[in-house]
Design a binder for this molecule. Structure first.
Ligand SMILES: Nc1ncnc2c1ncn2[C@@H]1O[C@H](COP(=O)(O)OP(=O)(O)OP(=O)(O)O)[C@@H](O)[C@H]1O
Ligand SMILES: [Mg+2]
Length: 253
């Protein structure tokens, strides 16, 4: 089993869209996938069709030690994706985790100790746009990180700070953590896209995936319809996400 975290502290760069669609593309290959919504905005849960239910156990309960991961799983039968949902209550985690022992390792240990997760081939964690406790927990639990970067002004600026956090997690908690790759999102024909691509390629060379995700309104329709781009008929973005998955899995071999 392999655990990916999809992370970038910058907001609105395509993290959640990437999680859902790489999960759907991996599931299409017949692999068993579990997504974890680690964002109190709960966009991933929404996208996967989750309806808020106060009696349901979520990532919050795992972090509080009140539930095991397998007890929180919801299945989306159409997408063949299982997921652990979040809701706005998860925002309290940033506060209570601070005072817990081994606070960065709660999720890591919960996933490691839950034998019922052994049947999953991949776990993919959707991170919130921050560098707080929830992200620390996601990075501590992950084997590898996928970083979506929007090809817009300032998008590269935060990457150095992000790498510092990754290095700290590596040093203190998770020495084998790798950055699997950087995926350019919302790519268009502007000079800005071209400039950002040049900078990324220069700074990060092979880490940048060859597959780019273009800017298309389809992405918004897909989440509004709660249906992945993989399942949308003749979706060019679906094709891009399939190609991205091929690259991601090839790197993992
Ligand atoms: N390739 C794309 N082209 C156009 N719009 C996109 C694309 N990818 C995502 N979007 C849209 O941009 C918005 C932000 O995307 P998404 O929610 O995936 O980003 P995020 O990084 O998870 O955001 P947050 O940091 O708030 O969690 C959404 O409305 C989504 O539908
Ligand atoms: Mg998101």
């Amino acid at each position: 089993m392999k655990i990916f975290a999809v992370a970038n502290q910058k907001g609105g760069v395509g993290k959640t869209t990437t999680v859902v669609n790489i999960a759907a593309a991996i599931a299409e290959k017949g692999k068993k996938v579990l997504c974890i919504d680690a964002d109190p905005q709960a966009n991933l849960s929404d996208y996967l069709g989750y309806d808020f239910d106060a009696s349901r156990r979520t990532l919050l309960h795992i972090l509080k030690g009140e539930a095991e991961p397998h007890e929180c799983i919801v299945s989306n039968e159409d997408e063949h994706i299982d997921y652990i949902p979040a809701d706005i209550m998860l925002s309290s985690a940033e506060m209570f985790l601070v005072q817990m022992m081994c606070r960065e390792q709660i999720l890591r240990n919960a996933l490691k100790n839950d034998r019922e997760l052994d049947s999953y081939d991949y776990i993919i964690i959707d991170c919130p746009p921050s560098l707080g406790m929830l992200v620390h927990n996601a990075l501590a639990a992950a084997d590898s990180i996928i970083v979506p970067v929007q090809t817009q002004m300032f998008s590269v600026n935060g990457l150095i700070q992000f790498e510092q956090v990754v290095n700290a997690i590596r040093k203190n908690i998770n020495k084998d953590l790798t950055i699997c790759g950087i995926v350019e999102t919302m790519v268009d024909n502007t000079k800005m896209t071209k400039d950002v691509d040049e900078v990324l390629t220069k700074e990060y060379s092979d880490l940048v995936y060859t597959t780019k995700i273009t800017r298309r309104i389809e992405a918004a329709y897909s989440s509004a319809d709660r249906k992945s781009l993989i399942r949308r008929k003749n979706s060019s973005m679906g094709t891009q996400y399939r190609e991205l998955v091929d690259e991601i899995l090839a790197r993992e071999e």
